[in-house]
Design a protein around this ligand. Structure first.
Ligand code: NAD
Length: 406
């Protein structure tokens, strides 16, 4: 492996793989130039047109069709693993054994057993292993966390969250890896992994139990595709139908340490909601809300204001807020920010860590595999609650159980 610069590769050139590929291009341009040179080396995908197109589009030197070529390449130091959840373990273990630094997409895997093995592999490795819980990189959600941790909202009473998507609303959406797997591996794992993690991240306290779990499959069969399926795009389909194995819609309530409660719902069949992530925190001194449809804003309500002027205010995010601070090319309030920037902040945090930039001078580190395992344990508790007719299930979590500070 190289020591004077960092060679980067991405395994998986689907929807999120492209975001990782683009992020490594932009990450060195954020903030000050503290990083060694970053070389964009390879994009690997079993579907060669995707690998070739993504490599060419984002300026990577080559492409591969077998992830093992990335494991064996001496000019690659850092690898994002951005393929179906069930494939994460084998690839990550091989990369870590070869001494590569790894950023694995969420959820860590599709089973707790695999995730535990991945934590052990990360603990045994000398390289960095992190998970892409990307929304913690959203300035608005990081600001919500600051509002809670600074005491501005007082004790948290209630967190309400939903993550509604519509990528499976059309019954002609072809079957793919997203529709296969154990209970809870559908919308709950796909977008509920983000939402459940964010509740703990924003509230700064851990979920100790879940109750009222529901998992619903409302479109039980889907057609098989006639071509390669990537991300949430549509392709031509056959007349042959295959069973959907997991949930289209899921919901649950959660108990947090400190006495707060949370109500959460996720969907992949919510018409008109391509990507609606909403988190609202209600505390003793006020409330704050974030809606990803308006990612450059946060809603804030503070109790105790003059009754004649009391009400919600819209905070326009800018250089005074987390992540933004001196980082973006157009560094001004109100210029807007989106999901792609989250991947850039995430990549920069990884590269900073690998390059040895002290965390005090860098972005907060990305979540570690222990947090990824804890998130899966939480989702498993929801699935068990659903199987038990909504039973209360205590969440057994390995330490460290809380999202890293900041
Ligand atoms: N952090 C986020 O916001 C975010 C967003 C979307 C997806 N994700 C995660 O990213 C991962 C991938 O999701 P996606 O939406 O990009 O999926 P996708 O289906 O769009 O892409 C997966 C790609 O992997 C390729 N592939 C399949 N088997 C492979 C193999 N053995 N070796 C190499 N490539 C292989 C496929 O050809 C496809 O191009 C999942 O873990 C998902 O949960 C994260």
């Amino acid at each position: 492996m190289s020591t004077i610069d960092l060679g980067v590769a991405v395994i998986g050139a689907g929807m999120a793989g492209k975001a990782h590929a683009a992020a490594y291009r932009s990450a060195p341009t954020l903030y000050r130039a503290a990083l060694p040179p970053v070389r964009l080396v390879s994009i690997a995908d079993v579907y060669e047109p995707a690998a070739a197109d993504t490599a060419a589009r984002f300026g990577y030197a080559r492409h591969d069709t077998d992830w093992r070529a990335i494991v064996e390449a001496p000019d690659i130091d850092v690898v994002s693993v951005v393929v179906a959840n069930a494939l994460h373990r084998e690839i990550v273990e091989a990369l870590l054994a070869a001494g590569k630094h790894v950023l694995c997409e969420k959820p860590l895997s599709d089973t707790i057993e695999d995730a535990q093995a991945m934590v052990e592999a990360a603990d045994a490795a000398a390289s960095v292993a992190r998970i892409g819980l990307t929304y913690r990189r959203s300035p608005g959600l990081a600001y919500l966390r600051e509002l809670v941790s600074s005491g501005r909202l007082g004790r948290v009473y209630h967190v309400s969250g939903r993550y509604w998507t519509d990528y499976a609303h059309d019954p002609r959406t072809p079957i793919s890896w997203r529709f296969k797997g154990p209970a809870g591996s559908g919308a709950l794992a796909d977008v509920g992994s983000h939402l459940s993690y964010l509740v703990e991240f924003v509230a700064g306290s851990e979920i100790t139990a879940v109750r009222g779990g529901t998992l619903s499959t409302v479109i039980p069969e889907r057609p098989t595709p006639l071509g390669a399926v990537s991300g949430r795009g549509q392709v031509a389909v056959s007349d042959e139908l295959e069973a959907v194995e997991n949930d289209d819609v899921a919901s649950f309530s959660a108990e947090l340490a400190g006495g707060a409660t949370a109500d959460l719902a996720v969907s992949r069949v919510a018409a008109g909601h391509p990507n609606t992530l909403v988190v609202e925190v209600h505390g003793e001194k006020g409330a704050a809300s974030f809606d990803f449809r308006h990612p450059g804003e946060v809603g804030l309500f503070v109790t105790g204001d003059d009754a004649a002027e009391a009400g919600w205010r819209t905070v326009v995010l800018g250089p005074a807020h987390p992540y933004w601070r001196g980082g973006l090319p157009m560094d001004a309030p109100g210029v807007g920010i989106g999901q792609n920037e989250g991947f850039v902040f995430q990549a920069r945090a990884l590269l900073d860590e690998i390059a040895g930039v002290p965390e005090s001078e860098a972005l907060p580190r990305n979540a570690d595999f222990g947090e990824g395992l804890r998130n899966l344990i939480l989702l498993d508790a929801v699935a068990r609650s659903a199987q038990g007719g909504g039973a209360r299930i205590a969440v057994d979590s390995p330490a460290p159980s809380l999202p890293s500070p900041r």
